[in-house]
Ligand binder design. Structure first.
Ligand code: ZN
Length: 291
């Protein structure tokens, strides 16, 4: 079970033990930073809860097949509509559905993803189900910000805390050694790492630009920084990465540039002229490093 997921060995053990002993509780709260695999874990856990076979290896029963086809009548994922909010109507719909007895499996499993995005009303409404769940119901609440969840909800769930995946594990998975910066920048989040990996080329150019800035004139540096002008959508991530690279130079002028990068981040967020903000940043960095 959970072989394909990186890290969080303790949680794998807990879930595997839960399945093996069939000691399944009514509600769990999965907590941890974004992109760490909480939803994947929850789905795998759900699949195993619903599975009709006692062996934890086989995936061939009717339940597992329907699950793989996203067609399982006893399973549902509730997520924020358009990524914004989980509304009371969604919770009410779930509550209607949950009252119908399971069709294939002996349990029904509902995942509430990003449940910090539940409105207050939705949370209060959900409380009723958590207080008196049908005996076959299992709710898996997922959140990256448990501070936004009512204490009354939290107190009725078993909390499962996911840890950021450690650098060693990520490095092993990547199978390379020259990418320490990337590993640091992802902060233990696989989702973020995948994104960074995709953007690796961009990041490499940023790294090159910084490492050559000292021996190049302003015009050359500008040319190397060209990529920044084309990456408006990702610029906050790229600038964060730039700070990591600057920090790794371990020299005062580079460290001083970090405040310029931070200023640029703010300016762009405040909708200042994009090109001009980048222009200024490159100029300030170049001047500081050439002092
Ligand atoms: Zn099965």
């Amino acid at each position: 079970m959970f072989e394909k997921y990186l890290g969080n060995e303790k949680i794998k053990e807990i879930f595997t033990h839960t399945i093996e002993t069939q000691n399944i509780l009514h509600s769990y709260l999965l907590v941890g930073i974004e992109g760490i695999g909480k939803k994947l874990f929850a789905q795998e856990f759900a699949k195993k809860i619903l599975c009709l076979e006692s062996s934890t290896k086989e995936d061939s029963c009717k339940s597992c097949i329907e699950f793989a086809n996203h067609n399982h009548p006893d399973f549902m994922i509730i997520e924020p509509e358009e990524g914004k909010a989980i509304k009371i109507e969604q919770i009410r719909f779930m509550q209607q559905k949950i009252l119908e007895k399971p069709i294939i499996s002996t349990k029904k499993v509902y995942i509430l993803n990003d449940c910090e995005k539940m409105t207050k009303e939705a949370q209060n409404c959900l409380l009723k189900t958590l207080e008196e769940p049908p005996e076959y119901a299992v709710l898996l609440l997922i959140t990256s910000n448990e501070n936004k969840i009512l204490n009354t909800i939290k107190s009725r769930c078993v909390k499962i805390a996911f840890q950021p995946i450690n650098e060693e594990t990520i490095q092993k998975w990547l199978g390379e050694t020259q990418i320490t910066t990337m590993i640091k920048a992802c902060e233990g989040s696989m989702g973020k790492l995948m994104k960074i990996k995709e953007e690796q080329e961009i990041y490499q150019q940023v790294e090159e630009m910084i490492s050559h800035i000292k021996e190049q004139n302003l015009l050359q540096t500008w040319k190397q920084a060209e990529i920044l002008y084309k990456q408006k959508d990702n610029i906050q991530d790229i600038l964060n990465y730039m700070n990591q690279v600057l920090m790794q130079q371990k020299q005062i002028p580079y460290i001083h540039c970090i405040s310029d990068v931070e200023n640029t981040k703010r300016k762009i967020l405040a909708n200042n002229n994009y090109e001009m903000s980048i222009d200024n940043l490159i100029m300030q960095m170049w001047e500081k490093i050439h002092k």
